[in-house]
Write a new protein. Structure first.
Length: 123
């Protein structure tokens, strides 16, 4: 990502980021937090907490990396997972536990549907 971004190959940088997002998606599918949330077993509560913390941390990294490309959406993502919007990258792109125990917004629509006023077709 960083080499591509530094050489202004933004599409390649985003492809690299998409690999990370795809891995996060696979993690979510494997862990199935929606099932863990319905369980009454104490070990499933711990697994759910761990899963959600990992996902939030992954989203923090994605939001931080996207700041130069999509500043408004990335900032909205970060704020909605209870994170400040960084003003620099130093120390921000390491995996950490800063999201653990943070309260997140109940609902966040990063990309609302647009409706073409002339045709009435949703984009």
């Amino acid at each position: 990502y960083f080499d591509s971004f530094a050489s202004y190959q933004i599409s390649h940088a985003l492809e690299s980021l998409w690999v990370f997002v795809s891995a996060m998606n696979a993690f979510i599918e494997t862990r199935a937090p929606w099932k863990l949330a319905k369980s009454t077993a104490p070990q499933d509560k711990a697994r759910l907490d761990s899963c959600l913390a990992y996902v939030a941390e992954g989203l923090r990294l994605v939001g931080t990396v996207l700041l130069p490309i999509m500043p408004e959406s990335a900032a909205k993502l970060l704020v909605n997972i209870g994170q400040p919007v960084p003003t620099h990258f130093e120390g921000q792109l390491n995996w950490s536990t800063v999201c653990t125990g943070r309260k997140v917004s109940e609902k966040c629509i990063l990309f609302p549907q647009n409706e073409d006023s002339a045709s009435g077709v949703k984009a």
